[in-house]
Design a binder for this molecule. Sequence first.
Ligand SMILES: *Cc1c(COP(=O)(O)O)cnc(C)c1O
Length: 370
Amino acid sequence: MALDIPADSTADSLETGSTLRPDTLAVHLGRPAREPDAPLNTPITMASTYVAGGDVEYGRYGNPTWTALEEAIGGLEGGRCLTYASGLAAVACVLDLVSLGGKVVAPRHAYNGTVMQLADHESRGRLVCELVDITDTAAVVAACEGAALVWLESPTNPALEIADIATITAAAHEAGAYVVVDNTFATPILQRPLEDGVDLVVHSATKFLAGHSDVLMGALVTQDDELYRVLKGRRDMLGAVPGPFEAWLTLRGLRTLPLRVERGQANAAELAQRLGAHPAISEVRYPGFGAIVSVVLTEGAMAADLLTRKTKIWLHATSLGGVESTFERRRRWKLEPATIPDGLVRLSVGIEDVDDLWHDLEKALDDLVV
Ligand SMILES: *Cc1c(COP(=O)(O)O)cnc(C)c1O
């Protein structure tokens, strides 16, 4: 699907308003103007303050390296972007907007850091939270009544459930609620929620956007100028800003996002099929797109733990979305909900050779069924 470059993006380098595809945007957005001897890449601007009298003034209010990254992420999602010190810093800034006592609807299987923030707000009487099964569209629509904010994540982490974003967004707007989608798993290459009318997209750019397991970074994207203005003002005030070096690394990683997503997805689809045929696996969850696959081990938690310790290529680690394949048993985290099977292993499929990935897994799985 084609995207229009927003009017405030790199007008010097690319024809403003022309319709370019994500693969091209990922490579070209957020670069300096094309002038003799200008660098092709935006430099890392290490600055806590600026000479007075300009638009920025201080390092918490803006940085040219963030601006370049924000142009690129904003261009890919189709809105205006603000970057944050981490995904959860971005989440916190959104939840902080809900008025005292406001109702938030959220997936029961949302990212557990998000659920923890909601529970924390609720325990202090700051807001009321209703957790829903995101696949039950009718129930989610019913829950929208009286809500201030409807939080969606699709696919969810790690259950990989899919929400009907367009239908829920229409119902939420009807009820007067804002709609946020955590688009970390799908990335703007596979899903652009702003096109479905969603008000705000959240990213843990730590994952696929940066893609190399070496930075923490968060992002918000919106087409609503008023929402952007409010969020920018609150980022200035609250200070959850990214570091310039992290912003530069994220932008460098973003250049190859379409290629990484394409390869990770192809590997994931192939592995999901092969894993489903292995007797050590009782269930494979793969939504048909993306690079995350969850499997449930026939023999439960102990077998799942054994699997994550027996491979040579697959790395046992939390997090996801890097070039390297990683996996973990999610219930090893005490706060993971009991509705996630004890023996569920979430695989973040990287860009290695698919046969190498498979043989490494197959050997470890074969050892489990003696
Ligand atoms: C990791 C993650 C987050 C939190 O992001 P951090 O960068 O770790 O703070 C939020 N949502 C989803 C879906 C995630 O996977």
